[in-house]
Design a binder for this molecule. Sequence first.
Ligand code: ADP
Ligand code: ADP
Ligand code: ZN
Length: 216
Amino acid sequence: MKLILLGPPGAGKGTQAKMLVERFGVPQISTGDILRVAVKEGTPMGLKAKSCMDSGALVPDDVVVGIVEERLQKDDCASGFILDGFPRTVPQADALTKTLAVMSKDLDAVISLEVDIEALVARLAGRRTCKACGAGYHLEYEPPAKPGVCDTCGGKLIQRDDDQEETIRNRMAVYLDQTLPLVEYYGKSGLLSKVDGMLPIEDVRRAILDALQVAE
Ligand code: ADP
Ligand code: ADP
Ligand code: ZN
């Protein structure tokens, strides 16, 4: 399965990507996760990316395109991948099209998670992530059994630096300006399916599998 998940910040891309990883046994490629690791490790790329990420702006196209090109070459992508948070601009989408053509790979589908932008502020403000294993939670919609503690590994749950209201608003503006045009871009390719991302998490998962025409 070779899939792109499109949608604004907080649409549920990461949450659904993790479920699709289980279902299809292919890796999740999240440029946000890869960039956050680079920032934490203080690599030259991380140092370059940090100020963009902190303000809610996009990291330059050449940086993220480089990350994805390198990641797609790894053996675990042989039978597919779930792209989460990439592409985010038309030049990134063009670069991906070229890279996949060179690798003789075709995308199977692009899923656009359709959500109400106003609801996303609440989603992102309540988002928590396990510091140890990266599992995602929500204070209200997907709470851990014990507050502040990961159900899976017992790790500490933290809030992302960029999930503050002002930064969230910037990220939404960036999404509308730079990423939303991709819905039309992939609409033209005939690969696009729109899925209602306002449904409960489990229902969104089912709607994605329906759109892909695969069984549970
Ligand atoms: P969310 O899932 O909330 O939209 P991500 O984890 O995907 O957030 O991204 C966090 C930040 O990392 C973005 O605000 C941006 O600064 C940077 N980033 C992630 N993916 C890309 C990308 N494809 N192009 C440019 N910047 C990116
Ligand atoms: P994205 O990767 O698109 O930025 P996430 O998957 O991280 O979004 O989801 C953002 C937050 O919203 C998380 O805290 C997650 O638990 C929660 N969430 C995800 N999908 C839903 C949903 N369908 N309904 C309610 N909350 C959701
Ligand atoms: Zn954990």
